[in-house]
Design a protein around this ligand. Structure first.
Ligand code: FAD
Length: 606
């Protein structure tokens, strides 16, 4: 009997972990390169987090404002990212996004149109011109539907409702993955020449989040365990507008599209408080009054954008300030009002229902609020992680040979903060690149034998919680972790609170090692939580250590004890890796230099 007999073993050239936009786009590309490609996902195919994306994908097509260009998109992305972005990635992204969007259309995606039949583009925070190609407020759904259809017809192998619990390495490279099916708990081994991680973000490390249950930082933690570097983990984006009421839906996203269509933020005194604090950097781009802001929303090229469309970190902090000052809404948020546009638009009700159908239903069904006539109550929610696996900007390969990453799990494109709409285009641009380069790598590096000793260790580790039926419930530990991250490493950070957080995470790690589950491996959500928890603890520690080291406020990180940007901190990216002693190691790595032509583009578009 072979040591592998107790596992279900399959072999592929390229194995893609994650079936969201990045994973599916990588799969389409890899399979187009003629290699055997498989995709694994925790839930059913088509149910990835990407499906929730509402507002649209950013691409400088210039369909609504012909002054737009890849150069302006590049400059906007770099400015939004506090100039910590990898400029190679920001350039590829800005140049290639329009082709990737048109390609998606040619595969069947049906975008909203301009009157003359072009793909319609809407305004979004931080983008100089209307740039987001969209399908009402269901853009992610259309994207996944299209990629899924296209991919399936190319003959992908799909493994649904399976969790990858470890990456397998041999001879210094990644040779596959180990995991289990969630339904039956059977152990599986996927052998592969190259692996692409496309597992998304880490939102479930926080108590209030727009993210789904799948976002437990798996890809970041799996990569870290086999020696990959994690970059800029301190930069976690808090979206300014999540639902705050009722409690069961707290955190669910209210798309920026609401503000793009004219929604305004008011405090309990009815004042548009976003006019109170406009950062110097944006002063010449922001409307002076309500009228100018409205003209911008309705497409006047010469008007400036309303202050509600400033970058997410800034809007989130302004909302936080109003709530803390006692000028919040009854349930601890502020008011977001789109219904007011009826004063300026005769068919406002139909317009809102047509442009924001999901938002209309979400509020009607979950909160009993008709957004065409009543204001929504909203507050900040953990939304996106800019940090992730450090990759080569051209190939998406990490420092571990054969291990690639794309989408939210990877770092580099967004620097210190992501502009809305830049994620969906990121998935297409870098999913394509990751798929292409993984396929090329696999062609010259066929699947190798797995290390049986490593496999046995991973199996023992995965099943350990069953040995402690009286151990603490992993759910309790996960909840405590979410409280720690929310309260001590949230929107406003300080040294002393983050030191407390590190201490508490250490304690939670110790508790997690003693946590236990009862029952057997079939349909056992407690066991799944125990495995996810290890990943959440790893990424939480990485976020906290990186945030502590960055003694400044930049992009999504706001430090109360260092409230401004520092010149010293503008020179490095934070890099986390696993040290030889098993402890987390932090380094400061110099940021990538921009080519002189790119520097000139940034200067010109400041
Ligand atoms: P995902 O789509 O999350 O896919 C991750 C995949 O990995 C899933 O299939 C999951 O099952 C799988 N997976 C995870 N762990 C494992 C494991 N251990 N084993 C096996 N499989 C695993 N961005 C925009 O640009 N525009 C928008 O309008 C926009 N709107 C948004 C609205 C909401 C409500 C939210 C939450 C986000 C929004 N974003 C938007 C952000 C954007 O949707 C995400 O960043 C993006 O979808 C991430 O895609 P991905 O392919 O990286 O990951």
């Amino acid at each position: 009997m072979s040591a592998l007999d107790k596992y279900i073993v399959t072999e592929h050239d390229v194995l893609i972990i994650g079936a969201g936009g990045a994973g599916l786009r990588a799969a389409v590309e890899s399979s187009a390169h003629g290699v055997r490609t498989a995709v694994i996902c925790k839930s059913l195919l088509g149910k990835a987090h990407t499906v929730m994306a509402e507002g649209g994908m950013a691409a400088a097509m210039g369909n609504v404002d012909d002054r737009d260009s890849w150069e302006v998109h590049f400059a906007d992305t770099m400015r939004g990212g506090g100039y910590l972005n990898n400029p190679v990635m920001a350039e590829h992204h800005a140049r290639e996004a329009p082709s990737r969007v048109r390609e998606l259309e040619s595969w069947g995606a049906v975008f909203d149109r301009t009157k003359d039949g072009k793909i319609l583009q809407r305004n979004f925070g931080g983008h100089r011109y209307p740039r987001l190609a969209h399908v009402g407020d269901r853009t992610g759904l259309e994207m996944i539907r299209t990629l899924q259809d296209h991919g399936i017809h190319q003959g992908l192998d799909v493994y649904m409702e399976m969790t990858v619990a470890a990456l397998l390495t041999s001879g210094g490279r990644v040779v596959g993955a180990y995991g289990y099916d969630r339904e039956r708990g059977r152990m599986r081994v996927w052998r592969a020449g190259a692996v692409v991680l496309a597992t998304g973000g880490i939102g479930k490390a926080f108590r209030i989040t727009s993210n789904s249950w799948e976002y437990t930082g798996d890809g970041q933690a799996l990569a870290y365990e086999v020696g990959a570097e994690l970059q800029d983990m301190e930069f976690v984006q808090f979206h300014p507008t999540g639902m705050v009421w009722p409690p069961s839906v707290r955190g669910i996203l209210v798309t920026e599209g609401v503000r793009g269509e004219g929604g305004v933020l008011r405090n309990s005194e009815g004042r548009r408080f976003m006019f109170d604090d406009i950062p110097e950097l944006y002063r010449n781009q922001v409307a002076k009054d309500e009228d100018e802001g409205w003209r911008y929303v309705t497409g006047d090229k010469h008007a400036q954008r309303p202050p509600e469309l400033l970058t997410r970190d800034h809007v989130a902090r302004c909302i936080n300030r109003e709530i803390k000052a006692g000028r919040g809404s009854p349930h601890g948020g502020v008011f977001l009002d789109i219904g007011w546009i009826k004063e300026r638009m005769p068919n406002a009700r139909e317009h809102i229902k047509k442009k924001l159908p999901s938002m209309y239903h979400q509020f009607m069904q979950l909160a009993g609020v008709d957004i065409t006539t009543e204001a929504m109550e909203v507050g900040p929610t953990t939304h996106y992680v800019m940090g992730g696996i450090r990759v080569d900007g051209n190939t998406q390969m990490s420092n571990v040979p054969g291990l690639f990453a794309a989408g939210e799990v990877a770092a580099g494109l967004h620097g210190a903060n992501r502009l809305g709409g830049n994620s969906l285009s990121d998935l297409l641009v870098f999913g394509q690149r990751a798929g292409e380069h993984a396929a090329k790598f696999a062609k010259s590096n066929p699947a190798a034998d797995v290390d049986v000793a490593q496999l046995e260790r991973e199996t023992a580790r995965a099943l350990e919680p069953f040995d402690r039926p009286n151990g603490e419930n992993p759910y309790t530990i996960q909840h405590d972790l979410q409280d720690v991250m929310q309260d001590l490493v949230g929107i406003v950070r300080t040294q002393s609170e983050m030191e407390q957080a590190l201490d508490r995470i250490g304690g939670l790690n110790a508790r997690s090692e003693k946590s236990g589950v009862v029952g057997h491996r079939e349909f056992n959500p407690g066991w799944h939580t125990a495995i996810d928890l290890r990943n959440l603890l790893t990424v939480s520690e990485a976020v906290t250590r990186s945030a502590l080291d960055r003694k400044e406020s930049r992009g999504a990180q706001f430090r109360d004890d260092f409230p401004t940007k520092s010149d010293e901190c503008s020179t490095f990216n934070t890099v986390i890796s696993k040290g030889g002693d098993g402890a987390m190691k932090l380094e400061r790595r110099p940021i990538s230099k921009m080519r002189p032509e790119l520097t000139a583009i940034v200067e010109k578009n400041k």
